[in-house]
Design a protein around this ligand. Structure first.
Ligand code: ZN
Length: 170
């Protein structure tokens, strides 16, 4: 028997509703498994505690008062479910609108809504000299060259070479 089967049958085991073989299997698992033994002890201790609680005594007229109360509730006219309790929907909408307005005004006054003027681009780092790109297409295909030769040439012209240092179109 595994722990899951033990736990599944434990209530019946405690209440002594299991057939004899199952009881023996449960007892064997209790001897083998420390965790289930602890679980069993905890449940039995709780049950013992619960059964030894003093019975709750009600006042002698409890039941007559209870039934009178139930009768009076039953006889009372039914309240509509949406009885106005608290502010109505108009009040709610007004408050919601003013909250949104205040939030927008605060955001606008703090310039959260204005477009940011200073867009900073990431720095461009060139690791390959541009001259090499124009001599001949290189045969090695290392991963430092993700772009094709044509794109690389264009990039070399625009980015890597200073103005006035054009080697002519290749
Ligand atoms: Zn177990």
């Amino acid at each position: 028997m595994d722990c899951r089967a033990f736990r599944n049958q434990h209530v019946a085991y405690v209440d002594d509703f299991l057939p004899g073989e199952a009881v023996v299997a449960m007892q064997r698992h209790l001897l083998e498994c420390e965790r289930c033994a602890a679980h069993d002890a905890k449940i039995r201790r709780s049950l013992l505690l619960f059964r030894n609680l003093p019975p709750v005594e009600t006042s002698p007229d409890f039941y007559s008062r209870l039934s009178a109360r139930i009768e009076s509730e039953r006889a009372a006219p039914k309240q509509p479910m949406f009885a106005a309790r608290g502010p109505g929907i108009g009040m709610f909408m007004g408050v919601a609108a003013s909250v949104v307005t205040v939030g927008y005004l605060a955001a606008a006054s703090l310039h959260w809504t204005a477009p940011r003027g200073d867009v900073v681009l990431a720095p461009v780092v060139a690791t390959e000299p541009a001259v090499v790109a124009d001599v001949a297409p290189r045969t090695d295909t290392s991963f430092h060259r993700p772009a094709g030769p044509r794109t690389r040439r264009a990039m070399g012209r625009s980015l890597l070479r200073p103005a006035g240092h054009n080697l002519g179109d290749a």
